[in-house]
Ligand binder design. Structure first.
Ligand SMILES: Cc1cc2nc3c(=O)[nH]c(=O)nc-3n(C[C@H](O)[C@H](O)[C@H](O)COP(=O)(O)OP(=O)(O)OC[C@H]3O[C@@H](n4cnc5c(N)ncnc54)[C@H](O)[C@@H]3O)c2cc1C
Length: 384
């Protein structure tokens, strides 16, 4: 391969890609290119208008408790907008502000269509150009890849993440398929508008009591559901253990058929909130080793097949724990930057502040050894 055009190519200008770029900047790795198929924070730009970050923002950075949604130790989206739960538009604006402030080298409208490996690096093929890089950080997230085929007839449904505003969706009775955060967000906003909603879910996510916020519904959502239940009782019906196996349509409307033989009719298309796939699976699957349907990551979040190909973002899994929130996957920005810095012979000691502030966590005991769970019945008793 001829001389690389950059040391590091980062694919995706969401929080994962930009956070890694900032960590690399910290140790002087500046031959970096960030390739973004649309615009900075594109996923957040496309959120339904009413949707908010479920993780709260609070500016406590000087006390070493960095805003949970910040992408580096020195910024705070909560402080920028004076709000705890930012909208998608606000969070995208925070990301753009970081790009401007730190002058990050983002190339918008530059989709990477294909990745190729060479003996000493990678070729990233775009529409009219090819970028060469010694290291690649794949950071294309999940939001761009909703799972459109979870069962036959799913194409008849309305995909929750593609709704621009719940106010604009016609109808007053809905079936929502999926009971995790996206499904609950849809149900909440429709109920708040005065609609009747049935939520069909294969499990009962609303009943899960787990210390990991990636498994249980967030306190923000639990609180919203409790509020709506008090204000508009019976507006949301939770049908747990109702796995939808097909959606069909006839002259009268739509029917969601469940495994137990029931059918749930609605005049409007059911709302599909059954989750997302990973950019790794959709775009670069052959570059990773796979075990039980999950990509395998090295201890420094690189591919085990291509050690110079790293991944940053919500599909990261270590010890069966998914790093799907910003505050979780940002703990690895410093790990990736440190590793690339070492391989480029840079002084990585400047990342010590990132380490102190939780942006460089190498000890993965946090994944499996959660001792912070207080039995909720004990906690309830303690409330006067
Ligand atoms: C509905 C929903 C709500 C969520 N709420 C929260 C929350 O409240 N708090 C939280 O911490 N996490 C939340 N998450 C998790 C969420 O995945 C992330 O925190 C965040 O979006 C992940 O950041 P990212 O940079 O990996 O991905 P993204 O923000 O999706 O960024 C990926 C970028 O890559 C670009 N891209 C894709 N393909 C290409 C290509 N081929 N070439 C170039 N660019 C490309 C996309 O345009 C996009 O801009 C939520 C997720 C979903 C789906």
């Amino acid at each position: 391969m001829s001389e690389p055009t950059c040391d590091v190519a980062i694919v995706g200008a969401g929080p994962a890609g930009l956070g890694c770029a900032l960590a690399l900047r910290e140790i002087g790795v500046d031959r970096v290119t960030i390739l973004e198929s649309q615009t900075v924070g594109a996923s957040f730009q496309r959120w339904p208008q009413e949707m908010r970050l479920i993780t709260p923002s609070f500016h406590s950075n000087p006390f070493f408790a960095t805003d949970l949604n910040a992408i580096n130790p020195r910024t705070s989206p909560g402080d920028l907008f004076g709000t705890e739960h930012l909208s998608g538009q606000q969070y995208a604006a925070y990301l753009s502000a970081a790009v401007d402030h730190y002058e990050l080298p983002v190339r918008e409208y530059s989709p990477v269509n294909n990745l190729r490996s060479e003996t000493d690096g990678f070729l990233l093929e775009m529409d009219k150009e090819t970028v060469k890089a010694r290291f690649v950080i794949w950071a294309t997230g999940e939001f761009s890849f909703p799972d459109m085929e979870p069962f036959p007839g799913a194409e008849l449904c309305r995909v929750a993440s593609q709704v621009s505003s719940w106010q604009d969706v016609e109808g007053d009775e809905f079936v929502v398929i999926g009971g995790y955060e996206s499904g609950m967000d849809a149900a909440y906003h429709l109920a708040k508008r005065g609609c009747k909603v049935k939520v069909l879910s294969s499990g009962e996510p609303w009943a899960i009591d787990d210390p990991d916020p990636s498994v249980a519904l967030s306190p923000y959502t639990q609180e919203r559901l409790a509020r709506i239940a008090r204000a508009l009782p019976d507006s949301i019906e939770f049908l747990g253990n109702h796995e939808v196996i097909e959606v069909e349509r006839d002259d009268t409307g739509y029917r969601a058929l469940t495994l137990d033989g029931n059918a749930y009719a609605s005049a409007q298309p059911p709302i599909l909130a059954t989750g997302f796939e990973s950019g790794i699976k959709r775009q670069v699957a052959s570059f990773f080793e796979w075990k039980k349907g999950q990509p395998v990551f090295s201890k420094v979040d690189s591919s085990t097949l291509y050690p110079n190909l790293f991944y940053s973002g919500p599909s990261l899994v270590h010890r069966n724990s998914k790093f799907c929130f910003i505050y979780k996957f940002r703990a690895r920005f410093g790990v990736i930057a440190q590793e690339i810095g070492k391989r480029l012979d840079r002084d990585t000691s400047k990342l010590s502040d990132w380490e102190r502030r939780g942006f460089l966590i190498e000890d993965l005991d946090c994944c499996v050894d959660c001792k912070c769970d207080v039995n909720s019945s004990v906690a309830e008793e303690a409330v006067p």
